[in-house]
Ligand binder design. Structure first.
Ligand code: NAD
Length: 260
């Protein structure tokens, strides 16, 4: 379904980003990966799906590096059709104790990076499809784009911000073939969440299993993690022809978290 398209997924060396990259690759899209840590493993996982894969190591807190990555992505396979703004970090502390450098980093990586990547990717998307435009922009927000949790001021502010950015991006391109939507996961067991489980286990002197059950039980009626594969399937739907008129939504996949 996506054969011949190129997708750039930021923060895709791990977790949700890698899951979305693999789901898009399984539909035939060529993939540009980004993120820190091991690169060869994720590249091999994507290449095994029979598509072309490239990697750019832009630090998503640095606008000049994002600009370089967008140019690189377009040059790799001809045109950037799908942009998934996924890179993100977390830090948990009360507002009065929240380190200012962590606030700045979370706003830069979880919110401003999506603005920069979007503003740089849009002109080519708008010019494509004989000037009628085609593109898919998916912002990985969070349930924290819809509701708050104590201790997560920067994250909740950034995620509410990216839901707002999603709506404006969708509206400004509403008469074109470019859609923009947000995905709002509840708990997904990635390194980002494992750190929070480990911190809870250490703080309460309980096992990792018990801390995992507490974490899920507190917020998710389903008491289940959402998986990167499930989120990848939602991204594929948003990229499909059937997703053509889904514009500016914040679609939660959260085990009932925000239904309460
Ligand atoms: P993760 O830690 O597994 O992956 C984060 C990715 O972002 C990694 O590839 C990492 O290298 C990359 N990254 C971090 N800082 C970067 C930077 N400055 N520049 C470039 N890349 C950078 O985390 P995840 O859980 O897969 O999170 C992915 C996204 O999903 C984030 O935006 C996160 O807020 C969101 N999210 C996660 C959950 C969850 O429960 N895990 C829930 C809701 C939303």
């Amino acid at each position: 379904m996506l054969t011949g398209k190129t997708a750039l997924v930021t923060g895709s060396t791990s977790g949700i980003g890698l899951g979305i990259a693999k789901a898009l690759a399984a539909q035939g899209a060529n993939i540009v990966l980004n993120g820190f840590g091991d690169v060869d493993g994720p590249k091999a996982e994507v290449a095994a799906l029979g598509v072309q894969v490239a990697y750019h190591g832009a630090d998503m807190s640095k606008p000049a590096e994002i600009e370089d990555m967008i140019k690189f992505a377009a040059a790799q396979f001809g045109q950037l059709d799908i942009l998934v703004n996924n890179a993100g970090i977390q830090h948990v502390a009360k507002i009065e104790a929240f380190p200012v450098d962590k606030w700045d980093a979370i706003l830069a990586i979880n919110l401003s990076s999506a603005f920069h990547a979007t503003r740089l990717a849009l002109p080519a998307m708008q010019a494509s499809n004989d000037g009628k435009g085609w593109g898919r922009i998916i912002n990985v927000a969070s349930v924290h784009g819809l509701v708050g949790s104590a201790g997560k001021s920067a994250y909740v502010a950034a995620k509410h911000g990216i839901v707002g950015l999603t709506k404006v991006t969708a509206l400004e391109n509403a008469t074109t073939g470019i859609t923009c939507n947000a995905i709002c996961p509840g708990w997904v067991l990635t390194p980002l969440v494992q750190k929070q489980v480990d911190a809870r286990a250490a703080a309460e002197g309980i096992s990792i299993d018990a801390a995992t059950q507490e974490l899920l039980g507190e917020k998710e009626p389903s008491k289940q993690f959402t998986t990167p594969e499930e989120l990848g399937a939602l991204a594929v739907f948003l990229c499909s022809p059937a997703g053509n008129n889904v514009r500016g939504v914040a679609w939660n996949m959260d085990g009932g978290w925000t239904a309460q």
